[in-house]
Design a binder for this molecule. Structure first.
Ligand SMILES: [Zn+2]
Length: 432
């Protein structure tokens, strides 16, 4: 039984508003209100001047274990999550063996639960071993509690296989999270957006249609099949428009955008640390993503945390793997760029990083600070600036383009289910 704790006098983001309140919790939030009494066994923290937000929810994380532990493990990835304010994360299924069948998915689910410092929920694959040939048995996986499916890393190339998969998913009432990528548009070695700003440096480009063409195909299929569809890491303005139209037509389609696609553009790219898939696109694409989020065409933010070893990321641009780490940088950087600047309220950012993803992925009692909800909480100091320092990362990966970027706030403590899973002591440093 978790000991009761009372956080007093915080500025609390609760039910979409900012209120001055006390929050009493054990592993569940017991009360939110003014002058809440504490009995003698309750631990009391005075948080005057500090802000309490619900634990962040990230539906797109690569933990790499089992199979690629040199890049990340469940222990290091979830420690990084806690450090970055995330208390629920979804693990992408491109691990070995793939969680494609109950025989592999059951033990995988148990491993995540056993080793995760915060809550980790597993995706199953859309097709067996992400091979794009045979739809997974969604009903059998759902019996294990796995209700989310993705072939992240590759698109499902065959329209007919995708149609079958969507039909079966609708019958099983599960959610797809699709990485859309039509490989007909991607030449070998292509690693940046297909625009002169970057291809002029000799790097091969990946056109926006690589993403948007398959998204449009999927949304057309969804019209026929029905069901629940979410699209991963939207990067192109054409994809934002396709989602907007799908929603207007009444389809159950949602989309996420990553922190890095909101913060960076093609012209920022300087080398493999800026290489991700989909790539950083043009200024007008980034503006369409920001406006898409603000207008509801896009639904929330995810990290696409993709750790790699230093050796891998130090290769030439065309050889280095796609992806950057993001769990420990996403919230403070987005806060700095959009909240501290006055464009967004903290309530909006919290909605997009906690309430909205929890709602879409059907997580009851998650994504808000209100009685009966999980005691997943993050204490932040909005008056204490900081700096992104990759030497402080708890992730095994330090592949980030954001090292040394200033931040306008500091995460002081992360509480997962009533338990402190990360606390700032001002001196945390990862041994070199
Ligand atoms: Zn992906």
């Amino acid at each position: 039984m978790t000991r009761k704790r009372l956080i007093k006098n915080a500025s609390v983001i609760s039910e979409g508003r900012r209120i001055q309140a006390d929050v009493l919790f054990d592993d569940t939030i017991l009360a939110v209100g003014h002058n809440l009494p504490a009995d003698k066994d309750t631990i009391v923290t005075d948080a005057q001047g500090l802000t309490l937000i619900p634990g962040l929810v990230d539906v797109h994380v690569h933990l790499r274990e089992p199979g690629r532990e040199a890049k990340e493990t469940i222990a290091t990835g979830t420690a990084a999550a806690a450090h970055g304010g995330f208390t629920t994360i979804f693990a992408m299924p491109n691990v070995l063996p793939f969680p494609s069948k109950p025989e592999t998915a059951g033990p995988y689910r148990d491993l995540l639960e056993e080793k995760g410092l915060v809550r980790v929920l597993p995706y199953g694959t859309i097709t067996l071993d992400e091979a794009g040939k045979t739809p997974t048995d969604y009903k059998a996986m759902k019996e294990l509690g796995i209700r989310w499916f993705s072939d992240d890393g590759v698109g499902v190339a065959s329209k007919e296989v995708m149609r079958q998969a969507l039909e079966q998913a609708r019958k099983a009432d599960v959610l797809f999270a699709c990485h859309t990528e039509d490989m007909a548009y991607r030449r070998p070695g292509a690693s940046v957006h297909d625009s002169p700003a970057v291809t002029s440096r000799g790097w091969l480009g990946i056109p926006s249609a690589c993403e948007s063409a398959q998204l449009i195909r999927d949304l057309d299929l969804l019209k026929e099949t029905g069901g629940h569809y979410h699209t991963c890491h939207v990067s192109a303005k054409e994809s934002v428009e396709a989602l907007r139209q799908a929603k207007a037509a009444g389809l159950d389609a949602t989309g996420e955008v990553t922190a890095h696609h909101l913060l960076l553009e093609d012209r920022d790219v300087r080398g493999p640390m800026w290489k991700m898939n989909p790539p950083l696109r043009a200024h007008e694409d980034r503006m369409a993503l920001i406006e898409g989020l603000e207008s509801g065409a896009l639904d929330f933010i995810a990290s696409d945390h993709a750790p790699h070893t230093e050796e891998e990321k130090c290769q030439p641009m065309d050889k280095a793997p796609f992806g950057i780490v993001s769990l420990e940088t996403a919230f403070p950087l987005l806060y700095t760029e959009f909240v501290a600047s006055g464009r967004w309220s903290l309530e909006q950012l919290v909605n997009w990083m906690s309430t909205a993803p929890a709602g879409r992925f059907g997580l009851e009692g998650t994504g808000d600070i209100r009685p009966g909800y999980r005691a997943d909480l993050v204490l932040i100091d909005e008056a204490r600036p900081g700096v992104i320092d990759k030497r402080t990362f708890l992730s095994r990966g330090s592949n980030t383009p954001f090292d040394t970027w200033p931040t306008a706030c500091t995460i002081l403590e992360t509480v997962s289910r009533g338990r402190t899973v990360w606390k700032d002591t001002g001196t945390e440093k990862k041994g070199s």
